[in-house]
Design a protein around this ligand. Structure first.
Ligand code: PNS
Length: 163
């Protein structure tokens, strides 16, 4: 059985993440979507909120081989603990590449069997990011083109700046 882990901040989940989750779930027997801590990014949603949003999206899409989990330590320790085969990451543009390349190299240095596989985003999603979604929603903009419908209200309500 091939087990893949898709780690990320998911703060919050967007159509870009859903695209990678959906495609990766078809490539592997089981996919763990792992809400992880990125110390370089301030978060807006708690880990529990991010997991809840991901659960709703995965249920709505009926992706039965996808598990949602979280980890507040090193990805590679979780990877080893779960005896996983592959780390999956999404690449939107060439600007993502250097950072992702460094992380893939570092993870492989920490554990030689940690292969990272990159899925390139479809063109509609190449510009999409959680931080852009957050900024639009905070100022009352419409984010329905960017996040799945089943979590749209929850994300919008949570982010709107009360004026
Ligand atoms: O969605 P992001 O913020 O680009 O995801 C980055 C993330 C969370 C996957 C990365 O920061 C991470 O792996 N964090 C866990 C801590 C860790 O293992 N850091 C070393 C990475 S080489």
């Amino acid at each position: 059985m091939k087990l893949a882990i898709y780690p990320g901040s998911f703060d919050p989940v967007t159509f870009g993440h859903l695209e990678i989750i959906s495609r990766a779930s078809k490539l592997f027997d089981k996919l763990i979507v792992l809400v992880s801590v990125n110390p370089n990014k301030p978060s807006s949603f708690s880990i529990e909120e991010r997991k809840e949003l991901l659960h709703k999206v995965v249920e709505a899409e009926k992706l039965n081989n996808v598990e949602i989990d979280s980890n507040d330590g090193l990805l590679i320790d979780y990877f080893t603990k779960r005896n996983a085969d592959v780390i999956v990451k999404g690449l939107r543009a060439i600007s993502d590449f250097e950072y992702e390349f460094q992380m893939a190299q570092a993870n492989r240095r920490l554990c030689y069997k940690a292969e990272t596989i990159f899925l390139t985003a479809k063109s509609e999603n190449t510009y999409l990011s959680s931080s852009m979604v957050k900024q639009i929603a905070m100022f009352g903009g419409d984010i329905s083109d960017f996040v799945p419908e089943c979590v749209l209200n929850q994300i919008t309500e949570r982010l709107r700046i009360k004026q």
